[in-house]
Structure formats: C-alpha cells, structure tokens
Design a protein around this ligand. Structure first.
Ligand code: GDP
Ligand code: IMO
Ligand code: MG
Length: 420
C-alpha cells in the first residue's frame, strides 16, 4: 500500500517535519512531484536542515528514499543536499534511489524561469526561480533530458541540442546573463549523479510493495498550488494532489491507502496570487513573527492569514483526505481571538465553493470568530493536555471539512507532536 502526506494549502505546511516523524512506520519514502522549489525543514538531533529534493526519510538508516519520475531534478542542488546530509553521517549511496525517468533541470531552465518572470513584471508568479516551469514545459513538450539519459553516450549531444533550443528562447527574452559558471557546476554535478543509485523506479517500487513493504509518498508544495486545481496561473507546474502520486511514481490508484493532509492552524502563502484570508495588518505581522514565516527555499517573507475552510474542504475533496494533521498550532498560543473563513463573498453573494478563477476578482472572506486558548502548548504531548478551546477550534474544522484532525504539531522538533 502507498500512504500519502501532502499539503492542503499553498505549501510550507510543515510536511517535512511530519514525514520525518512518520518515516519509522514505513520502509520507503518517495517524492512524486516538484523539485528544488520545495524546502522541507527537519530538525535532526536539534539541528535544522532544509531538504529540497531528497525525501524527508533520509535520516532514518533503514528507510529507502526514492526520487520518483514525477520530480524535476536539479543535479546541482542534489549534490549540495547530499553533502549537507553526509555531514549528519548519512550515506546517500546506501538509501537514496532515483528513477531513471526523472526529468532533469538544466541551467538554461533556470535562466528561462528568470527571463519569463522578468518579462511578466508586476504580474509575475513569484516563482522560486529554480527552473520548475521551463523543466515541466520540456517534459510535456517532449524535449526533456532524463536521469537515465545521463548514463548514455550521446548525452552531451542531446544536451547541446536542448541548450540551442533554449538559447533561441532566451534571445527572444533579451536575456544576456552569462550562465557559463552554472554549466560548469552542472556538469560536475552530473558526474556525482552517476555515482548514485539510478533505478527503474516503477519496477523498484512495485517489487518492494509485492514484498510487503510500506510506502509513504511525500508531497511538495500544496493543493492550492496544483497546476490544474490551484489558483491558476499563480501555481506551480505539477499536480501536487494525491492523483500526482500515481503518475509520479507509477503506482495505480487502487494502491493508495491513507491520504494525510497537512494544514497549518492558520494559513500562509509565498509568492504572488490570490489569498482571500490574508491579513495585511499587525495580526498578520504577529503571525509571521511568531511562526518565523520566511521561505525555507528563498528566504522571502510569507504572507499570513487565517485558516481558510473553503479552500481546505476543496483540498480534502480533491485529494480524498482521510485524516488531517494540523501543524504550528503553538504559533496561535498567544492569541485571545481567532478567526476562520467559512465562506467567500463575491459580488455580494456568499459561496462555499472555490471559483475557477480567483484572480482579478474581489473575494471577501466570511469570518467566524473563536476564542483563542491563550496559553502555552509547546510542552503538550498528549491530547488530554491540550486546552479545551483548541479542541473546540479543531472540532469545528473537522466538521466543516469532513475529515478529522488526527495529529497536532506544536513545535518544530520531532517530539513536539500530539495524537488525538
Ligand atoms: P514544508 O515545506 O511543508 O516542509 O514546510 P517548511 O519547512 O517550508 O515550513 C515549515 C516551518 O515551520 C519550518 O520552519 C518548520 O521547522 C516549522 N514547523 C513545522 N511544524 C511546526 C510546528 O508545529 N510548530 C512550529 N512552531 N513550527 C513548525
Ligand atoms: P514546499 O514543498 C511554498 C510557490 C512559489 C510561487 C509558485 C510557483 O516547501 O511546500 P515555482 O518555483 O514552483 O514555479 O513557483 O509556487 N512555491 C511554493 N510555495 N512552498 C513550496 O514548496 C513552494 N514551491 C513553489 O513561491 O508562488
Ligand atoms: Mg517549504
């Protein structure tokens, strides 16, 4: 069986910490989409590490970690990450496996990402500039290079072919930056990539499943950034929802078991695009400060607001969420008043459905007030220790969304977790 942990909001829900926590219950942790745009923060023996492409099970010696075919992989970032992980005494050559179908991000993808954002000006997506969009475009455009190709003799010829194609596009954008240094580190990183375990990912996973092994698929980004169902065009370029697990790993829908949706107790978004519950005031500032809401990949300040139940219920529906995990509950510890968005008001009409286009229209959130618990919770380890007011807050979410919060995370460390 394949269980799934994924984000229900606009990313950064705390998936990395949660996957690391659940990893000992699984034999395999597999990333199925996204790439170095992700930043998954883990605390290992009190030390912080941010993973971008390596699955968050890497710190568990007996866990196999797979980078699936649905990922777009930047070899340069991967090499850096492997070095960072090695400093913790982890040998990636032992428990990291990469699908030969995984698409590669080349330096010109990063250049194209930058050029495209620059051209968009004020309407830019606010991409992480990691080359994600252009890399997925080359996949659907059937031009991409894949990890398996790196091992082939004609790789350099194929690389040059793609680079020439990209150069024409870059010329159109009037992009003149020299990317020579990027290319140098790219080819160095490819040599390193060749020393890692490259496998036929779909057979590899199926053999393990046949042997009774348990797989946990780790999502990147969040459901509201999904290319089909997110706040288009302010989205990422992959299917971040549970359906992406099937295409991103090569497993059938019948193999999907639990779908665990991660949500913050409030909501954040980094980059451009609609965000109905955003608080552009002191309260938003307080959440950002208390929750250290700054991007793990780009360092950008995250936009903060109240939890959005309309979007959360939508995400539960799209993903088939069987249970929720609520993170960063402790960030709200100091608040005496909390709000939740229970509907959107658009043109004077109330709706509980997400409009297909949220951009360019005014969405007023209908807010329901809740009494804050206004007491420290970071020390809580059992449900009985959690304040009643937090339980009331959670009960309302459960009822509205139609899936229960089963786990509350109350701090960034592994042991700061409470099962309900
Ligand atoms: P991801 O991309 O979903 O893995 O999330 P990020 O790592 O980008 O952002 C989550 C941030 O919140 C990280 O800095 C985590 O260390 C931190 N974090 C995770 N869970 C909790 C929690 O329950 N409480 C607090 N205070 N911080 C948390
Ligand atoms: P994790 O896995 C939050 C956002 C970017 C931008 C949009 C498109 O850490 O939750 P892209 O580089 O993908 O073309 O950017 O998506 N974005 C994320 N926001 N968390 C992430 O990943 C994100 N990955 C991309 O900020 O708005
Ligand atoms: Mg993140």
């Amino acid at each position: 069986m394949v269980d799934v942990i994924l984000g229900m909001q606009w990313g950064d829900e705390g998936k990395g910490k949660i996957v690391d926590y659940f990893a000992p219950r699984y034999d395999i942790i597999a990333r199925f989409q996204g790439g170095p745009n992700a930043g998954h923060t883990l605390y290992v023996n009190g030390k912080k590490i941010v993973l971008h492409q390596i699955p968050s099970g890497i710190f568990h010696q007996n866990t196999i970690n797979i980078i699936g075919n649905g990922v777009v992989l930047d070899p340069v970032t991967l090499k850096r990450e492997c070095d960072a992980v090695a400093a913790f005494g982890i040998d990636v050559k032992k428990n990291l496996f990469i699908s030969e179908r995984t698409n590669i991000i080349v330096p010109t993808h990063r250049a194209l990402d930058k050029a495209s954002e620059m051209q968009k000006g004020d309407s830019k997506i606010g991409s992480t500039l990691k080359g994600i969009g252009p890399a997925y475009m080359d996949k659907t455009g059937r031009n991409a290079l894949r990890v398996g190709d790196v091992l082939q003799k004609n790789f350099t010829t194929e690389y040059i072919r793609l680079r020439l194609k990209h150069q024409k596009l870059l010329d159109n954008f009037h992009f003149v930056e020299d990317i020579g240094a990027w290319e140098e580190e790219f080819f160095e990183a490819l040599e390193f990539l060749k020393t890692l375990n490259v496998v036929n990912g779909e057979y590899f996973i199926h053999e393990k499943i046949r042997d009774g092994k348990k797989v946990l698929a780790e999502g990147a980004q969040g459901s509201m950034l999904d290319i089909d169902f997110g706040t288009f065009p302010f989205v990422t370029s992959s299917n971040t929802i549970s359906a992406g697990v099937c295409t991103g790993l090569g497993v059938s829908p019948r193999m999907i078991g639990e779908v665990m949706g991660v949500t913050k107790a409030y909501c954040t978004r980094v980059g451009g695009g609609p965000f109905p519950t955003e608080l552009e005031n002191e309260t938003g500032e307080l959440i950002r400060k208390t929750g250290s809401e700054f991007g793990a990949t780009t360092g950008r300040p995250r936009r903060c607001g109240w939890i959005d139940l309309v979007a959360l219920k939508y995400a539960a529906m799209l993903n088939g969420v069987t249970q929720m995990i609520m993170t960063k509950a402790d960030v709200l510890d100091g608040f005496s008043d909390l709000e939740m968005c229970t509907a959107y008001k658009i043109n004077g009409r109330e709706t509980k459905e997400l409009p297909y286009q949220m951009n360019g229209i005014t969405i007023e959130p209908v807010l329901k007030n809740f009494a804050g618990w206004n007491t420290p919770t970071v020390h809580c380890r059992e449900a009985a220790q959690l304040p009643e007011k937090m339980k009331t807050y959670i009960s309302f979410i459960n009822e509205y969304v139609g899936a229960p919060v089963k786990v509350v995370s109350n701090g960034p460390e592994r042991e700061q977790i409470v099962h309900l």
